[in-house]
Design a binder for this molecule. Sequence first.
Ligand SMILES: C[S@@+](CC[C@H](N)C(=O)[O-])C[C@H]1O[C@@H](n2cnc3c(N)ncnc32)[C@H](O)[C@@H]1O
Length: 219
Amino acid sequence: MTSPDTYPAFPGWFFQRDDTSPDSHFYGPARLVTHIDDGAIAAVGQLYQELGVDGSSPRPRRVLDLMSSWVSHLRTAPSELVALGLNAAELAANPMATHRVVQDLNADPSLPFADATFDAVLCCVSVDYLIRPVEVLTEAARILRPGSPVVITFSNRCFPTKAVHGWLATDDAGRGAIVIDYLRRTGGFGEPELSLRTPVGRSYRGDPLYAVVARRLPG
Ligand SMILES: C[S@@+](CC[C@H](N)C(=O)[O-])C[C@H]1O[C@@H](n2cnc3c(N)ncnc32)[C@H](O)[C@@H]1O
């Protein structure tokens, strides 16, 4: 595994955003909406099921949904689901959540959980809003049990004033490379794998859904 020290720093503009006000302002009003279409949502649920992190797993699963809202896209509820996001009303409306944490990860990227106590960390269509993603994902590695996955999904739309400029400056392939780079920099995961989870080809008119999955290294 490459040492995080071997990677050059991001350019200064990379984590700048058009809207520099506290995130709690923008995310203050509850948005009980979906941010991707039904096909992309189904692809997320299918991926979680394949990875054995939802309630269909024969083993109990403690799962953290980072940057969560009223829906976590799991097909069936895991035994424990911690939903961490910015809007208390959205989290309160999440029917699968067993615990809820309101926290601004851009103000405080530390995760209030003990080491090696989760079976999966999920982050759906939200990684583009993080200005300290390597710190947050280093924390995700810390709280995951060895071998357990972090699952980061994204599509091709966002709240542009809140996404970091580095994300906005590239295309879908570039965004996959960014997420892989974030995860490599943590030093806590095996090699991340990027996949397109929705159909390939011009005839597919729905939202694309990309996933990057990496597993917590032992130790
Ligand atoms: C596009 S929505 C996605 C919500 C949900 N993950 C989904 O798949 O529908 C972005 C979410 O990120 C959360 N979020 C944005 N900035 C955040 C921050 N600084 N700290 C924690 N959560 C944040 C918001 O609360 C919002 O629910």
